[in-house]
Ligand binder design. Structure first.
Ligand code: NAD
Ligand code: ZN
Length: 355
């Protein structure tokens, strides 16, 4: 059976497009007495971007902190804050930030009209009621969160997304000017998330012409951004992120992402950095990709943290291995249907010990 999947229906791309945000959401201000919630990464507190927000009437500015990547407890708390702010469900949510903030915006849009805790919906297609209208404005490029049908959350028992068609943004606004001031390391780690999506998609067993078309364009753009010098590199990276996300939407990621989930669940390592650390140890899986990745690191003077797992006890390492191996589709994409014969707990542990 082929999957029938939805994609984001409305997209604006271009330098300065952020100034159109007010006009874009205006037709969605439909309910009398309602409001929009602007979910903004608190890194922008007091910065010029905040003063450009098209805030009107009862709109709520909700600054969010992403020092830790989104947890279900944090989502539930923010839902509570919005419900305390008004009895009316907002007409819309606008998420402005990197992958973490976009995922928070998606989760809030889902949870405002669905009962219970966000942890109840970690999984596939568990959401019953449609989401509130929600918009993404990325300020970091690479995760593909702007176009994916998931919001990745760490819950009490697992790190797993709320995957559903309702999770998809209704509108995305891609303005390359917004990613110009990202600190270099973060720019690199999040950009490499995209590069790794492409490698894992293109070299996976699930590959098909749909995913290849997007993946090849995305990896080509990543090479231009990270190995060459172009004045419009921010435009290129933004489109690479979008195309990389489209590529994995119809294929899957692989070994690197499975291992990075282990790092993130047990050590709290952030997604982009965790992917870089894991990928650097995966020469035997992706020899050419890892070689090129190291060229990119060298060109940009990136030094990855080392010995993350050196002081960990057996129990914590064991949990990491279990977390990584639970991601069955990722291993299946990487190694084929017989992946379990190839990927023992011992081999997984050895990889973690290198990190
Ligand atoms: P992030 O959103 O976690 O942000 C990383 C850091 O960069 C934060 O400190 C943030 O404040 C800062 N930042 C963001 N924009 C900035 C800007 N313009 N200038 C200066 N600082 C800025 O980073 P990310 O790599 O974009 O996202 C990672 C998150 O995305 C993880 O939570 C991961 O699970 C999630 N993710 C989601 C998907 C999906 O499909 N939903 C896919 C991949 C990753
Ligand atoms: Zn990723």
């Amino acid at each position: 059976m082929y999957r029938n999947f939805s994609i984001v229906p409305n997209i604006i791309f271009g330098r300065g497009a952020f100034s159109q945000l007010g006009a874009v959401i205006a037709p969605r201000r439909i309910t009398k007495g309602s409001y929009f919630v602007f979910v903004v990464d608190d890194v922008f507190e007091g910065k010029p971007l905040e003063s450009r927000l098209p805030i009107e009437g009862n709109d709520l500015l909700l600054r969010v902190n992403v020092d830790d990547e989104p947890k279900t407890g944090y989502i539930d708390l923010l839902v509570e804050r919005i419900r305390n702010y008004s009895e009316i469900i907002p007409d819309g949510i606008v998420g402005i930030g990197g992958g973490s903030t976009m995922d928070i915006a998606k989760a809030l849009a889902l949870m405002l009209d669905n009962p219970g805790s966000s942890a109840d919906y970690q999984g596939w297609d568990l959401i019953q009621n449609p989401s509130v209208y929600h918009v993404a404005v990325p300020t970091l490029a690479g995760t593909g969160a702007e176009i994916s049908r998931t919001t990745i959350l760490t819950g009490p028992v697992k790190k797993l997304g709320i995957n559903s068609d309702h999770t998809l943004f209704h509108q995305i606004l891609l303005d390359p000017e917004l990613i110009a001031d990202v600190p270099k390391d973060q720019w690199f780690y999040t950009g490499m998330d995209c590069y790794i999506h492409d490698v894992e998609s293109l070299q996976g067993t699930f590959i098909n012409e749909f995913s290849r078309a997007y993946g090849e364009k995305s990896i080509d753009l990543c090479r231009q951004v990270f190995l060459e010098d172009h004045p419009d590199k921010d435009d290129k990276l933004m489109m690479a992120s979008y195309f990389g996300g489209m590529s994995i939407a119809y294929s899957q990621v692989g070994a690197c992402h499975a291992l990075s989930y282990g790092l993130s669940y047990v050590l709290g390592t952030h997604h982009g950095l965790g992917c870089c650390i894991a990928f650097d140890c995966l020469e035997e899986f992706y020899p050419e990709g890892v070689r090129e990745f190291r060229q990119m690191m060298e060109k940009h003077g990136i030094n990855l943290p080392k010995n993350l797992t050196i002081d960990m006890d057996d129990k914590a390492l064991d949990l990491m291995v279990t977390t990584a191996l639970a991601l069955v589709p990722l291993w299946e994409n990487c190694l084929g249907p017989d992946w379990e014969k190839l990927m023992s707990r011992e081999r997984t542990l050895e990889l973690f010990k290198k990190m």
